[in-house]
Structures are given as structure tokens and as C-alpha cells.
Design a protein around this ligand. Structure first.
Ligand code: MN
Length: 481
């Protein structure tokens, strides 16, 4: 059901319509079609009102006589800030030049873009919605522009969508873009997938019936649907497997959505009682969520007619999250944290959102002209993650190569500041020991301990580094170890 537009949103539409009057898109339609399409996308993603209004106004400052201070007067500081962010970014070359002054040494566009956007992730969300609509209408542009936009989408925007766990967006963007980057290959693979699905259709019907009967017998409530593999992800996987299609095990997949986590594991049991699981192909991303927050059980089985079939099992919330991702939830979480912080309650963002906080801190440091260790930042943002456990069994997600102090500061700066030792898997260890995936880490503290400058050498995450530096500067003392 569609919500009625609020008065502020209606007003923004009026202002944008007037501002863009007489302008047309390459498709020949009035320009306002585009900002309204961006508005609709942002609504579908569940974004807040300021973001939606900024989406409606996102091209006005750059392309019309409307100014940023007009927007500030009419719609407030926050909307103006967002529009300004999108405007700066939309002129990609200028934006990149600005970043160049910060980061002359990196050619990594993805990283540069992330840092430029680090301030407010909502700028990025608007940019993603803008890009999505431009891709949907890309056929109106000349071929060289099509290719340029499509390539940039595959290199920068689709990975970003993945990073935010916006699954639907990632698939739509990547497939739209891939069609322009390599039309021949796109058609070839699209045909292959269609042919494969057609040949599997009959046997899938039968499997769906078997699964339905078995789950009903166990009284598990569920929804069953087919998942179609995206062309671009098939393209990438084929490249990894020497173009051998027989090594791609998830060409066809069935998705089972259930009510809760217990039902996820029960359902996995039901599936395995019907079909033979393939060795080494059971993945539990529920107990250990992926870095972007994705959760699901995956298993590949051999069916009775010797087909390879993947099952994906998850709860409704996990499914919702896998498709729409962090966009809305980040804003929600941050609001909640700010409120609680004002009330004197200190909480942490969920770990799958911490990388955004780290980006924000990095962006702030760069703006203040401070030095940033890019290698460490990159490691932290893109390296493989490990999951380690507290003695109570809480999962802490850290970049590979993290040390005990990274873990301690992740728990709390009070813990980090007072570390005197560490036990790993129940055995005394030392602060130079790299943590391994699955380790149980117990930090030993003493209230008499103070942070040491030498600890900077025993830390790899910007998060921990920032906290330690903050404390060292505050203490004034150099606390030589
Ligand atoms: Mn636009």
C-alpha cells in the first residue's frame, strides 16, 4: 500500500518541477521524470523523509537556478547537506580532483569514492538510486557514454551495493550494466541460463512438491520460490572455474523462507533427508553472518534424477535484509544510538555497520588534514574478515590479521585501556599474536594499567587506533612502555 506524500514531500515536488521546467531528458521526456523516479526508488528502500526530499531535489543545484541556500531555507540543513553531497559527487571529475588532493597516492576509485562519501552514507544511497534510474534508461545515450557509465557501475557501484547487502540492487545494476559492457557475452550467458532453467523446470516442479509435502508433515510454515542466477555473477564465476559450467553448482536454486532460526535448521534437516548433500557445500552464514550482514543457510544437493541443486534457507527478516540491505537500517540504527547516547546510554552499532563508522572517522581525519594510513584502512575495509568469540560466546567480527588489542578496543575502550594480558583458547598468549578465525579470546585487565604508546605497533584497525590515540593525547603523558 502506498503512503500519501507528506506536505514537505509535496512541496519538494513542486519546487523541483518548477526548477526543471523546460528541461528534457535524452529520452525526450520532461526532466522531472528522473528525480521522481529516484524518489520512488528511495521510498522502496525505506529511506527517511529528508533523504527522499533530497532525492527529489538532487539535480536542482547543479542544473537549475535553485541554490543551496534556497534549499536550506525551504527544507532545512539536513536536506541541504545531502543535496550538496550528491552535487559534489555528480560532477565526478571535480569530485575526484578534490579527493586527489587528499589522496594523491591511490588510484583505487572505489576506495576514493567511499572516502568522499564517508560523511553521510545517505549521500551514497541517493547516488545509488540516481545511478539505478540512469541505468534503466541508458539506451537513450550515445554508445560511448553507455559503455563508460556501465563500466563504472560494475567497478564501483555494484560492489558498493553488495557491501551494503542490497542484493536486489546489486543484481539489477550489474546485469543492466553488463549488457552494455559486453553485449555478446551477455546474450550468450542469458540464453544459457534460460535453456538450463527450461530443462530443469519439470524436475524442479517435482522437487517442490516433495519439499512441500515433507515440510508440511513436520508442521513447518514456509514459502518456497525459485532463485534465478544473475548473468553477471555467472560470468564472474565461470572466469574463476576455467569456463567449466559443470563446476557451477548454483545455476538453479530454490529458496525456502521460514519463520525463525530453529525452523531454518529443521528445514535443512528435511532437505538432507530427501536428497544427498554434496560434501563441503553446506554453508552456515546464520551462525557466522557475512561481513555485509548477509545471513542464510546454503546447501547443494544431488536430486533423485542426478541434478545439482542449491537450497537457500533463511528467515523472513534475513530475506528482507538480503534484498534491501543496510540502507534503511543504518539510518535507523544511527538515530537510535544518538538518542540513547544523549540519554547517557552508550551502545555500539551492530558490527556489520562498523565499517561505515570507520569510513566516517577517516573522512573526518582527512578533512582536518591529518594523515591516514591507507594500507591499514584498505585492509580493514576490504580484507577478509575473521570471527572470534568472547568467553561468553559473543561473536566479534574483525579484519584478518587483527591482534588482541584490536579485539579489546572493539569490546570497549575501557577494556582496551586496561589490558595486561590475553588468553587465547584458554591459554596465556601475548599481544603480538594474530587472532585466528574461531578463536575464543579473553582479555585480562587491571584497573592500574594505563595505555602505552608502544601499543600503536600492536594494533591494525583504525577503530582501535583512534581510541588509543584519543586516550594517549588526553593523558598528555607519553606513557612510555
Ligand atoms: Mn540525477
Amino acid at each position: 500500500m502506498k503512503k500519501e506524500d507528506s506536505d514537505r514531500v509535496k512541496h519538494a515536488i513542486e519546487v523541483a518541477t518548477k526548477a526543471h521546467e523546460g528541461q528534457f531528458r535524452k529520452t525526450g521526456e520532461p526532466y522531472i521524470i528522473h528525480p521522481l523516479a529516484v524518489k520512488k526508488i528511495l521510498e522502496e528502500w525505506g529511506m527517511d523523509e529528508d533523504t527522499i526530499i533530497a532525492g527529489i531535489l538532487h539535480d536542482t543545484v547543479e542544473d537549475t537556478s535553485l541554490t543551496l541556500s534556497d534549499i536550506k531555507n525551504e527544507f532545512g540543513e539536513s536536506v541541504a547537506f545531502l543535496v550538496d553531497g550528491v552535487t559534489k559527487l555528480s560532477n565526478a571529475r571535480d569530485g575526484m580532483r578534490e579527493i586527489d588532493t587528499y589522496l594523491p597516492e591511490t588510484r583505487d576509485n572505489f576506495l576514493r569514492l567511499l572516502i568522499a562519501l564517508g560523511d553521510d552514507i545517505r549521500v551514497l544511497i541517493i547516488k545509488l538510486a540516481d545511478r539505478l534510474h540512469n541505468l534503466r534508461t541508458l539506451s537513450a545515450l550515445p554508445p560511448d557514454k553507455q559503455r563508460k557509465i556501465a563500466k563504472e557501475t560494475l567497478e564501483v557501484f555494484a560492489p558498493l551495493a553488495d557491501r551494503l547487502n542490497m542484493g536486489l540492487l546489486r543484481v539489477e545494476m550489474a546485469d543492466l550494466a553488463f549488457k552494455y559492457v559486453d553485449p555478446k557475452r551477455y546474450d550468450e550467458l542469458k540464453n544459457l541460463i534460460d535453456k538450463y532453467n527450461k530443462s530443469a523446470a519439470k524436475s524442479l516442479k517435482k522437487i517442490e512438491q516433495e519439499i512441500t509435502a515433507a515440510l508440511q508433515k513436520e508442521k513447518i510454515q514456509f514459502e518456497l520460490s525459485g532463485r534465478v542466477k544473475s548473468v553477471y555473477s555467472l560470468h564472474k564465476e565461470l572466469a574463476k572455474h576455467n569456463q567449466n559450467i559443470n563446476e557451477i553448482y548454483d545455476l538453479t536454486a530454490l529458496r525456502i523462507i521460514v519463520n525463525d532460526i530453529t525452523d531454518c535448521y529443521l528445514t535443512l534437516g528435511v532437505v538432507h533427508s530427501l536428497y544427498t548433500p554434496m560434501g563441503g557445500r553446506i554453508k552456515d552464514d546464520i551462525a557466522m553472518p557475512k561481513q555485509n550482514g548477509y545471513q542464510s543457510l546454503h546447501t547443494t544437493v544431488i536430486t533423485k534424477d542426478k541434478r545439482v541443486l542449491e537450497f537457500q534457507i533463511r528467515t523472513k527478516e534475513m530475506h528482507e535484509y538480503a534484498e534491501h540491505g543496510l540502507a534503511a537500517s543504518f539510518y535507523y540504527n544511527e538515530q537510535k544510538l544518538t538518542e540513547n547516547y544523549k540519554k547517557g546510554k552508550i551502545e555500539h552499532l551492530p558490527t556489520n555497520l562498523l565499517w561505515i563508522t570507520e569510513l566516517q572517522m577517516t573522512a573526518a581525519r582527512l578533512r582536518e588534514g591529518k594523515k591516514v594510513d591507507l594500507k591499514k584502512l584498505k585492509l580493514n575495509l576490504f580484507a577478509d574478515r575473521i570471527f572470534v568469540y568472547t568467553p561468553k560466546g559473543d561473536i566479534i567480527d574483525l579484519p584478518q590479521g587483527s591482534l588482541p588489542l584490536d579485539f579489546a578496543y572493539r569490546l570497549h575502550s575501557e577494556i582496551g585501556d586496561h589490558v595486561i594480558g590475553v588468553k587465547i583458547n584458554g591459554k596465556m598468549s601475548n599481544l603480538n599474536k594474530k587472532l585466528e578465525h574461531g578463536d575464543i579470546v579473553e582479555i585480562l585487565t587491571s584497573k592500574h594499567q594505563t595505555p602505552k604508546r608502544s601499543w600503536l605497533e600492536k594494533i591494525i584497525t583504525p577503530h582501535a587506533r583512534q581510541k588509543l590515540l584519543h586516550r594517549l593525547n588526553k593523558n598528555g603523558a607519553d606513557g612510555r612502555a
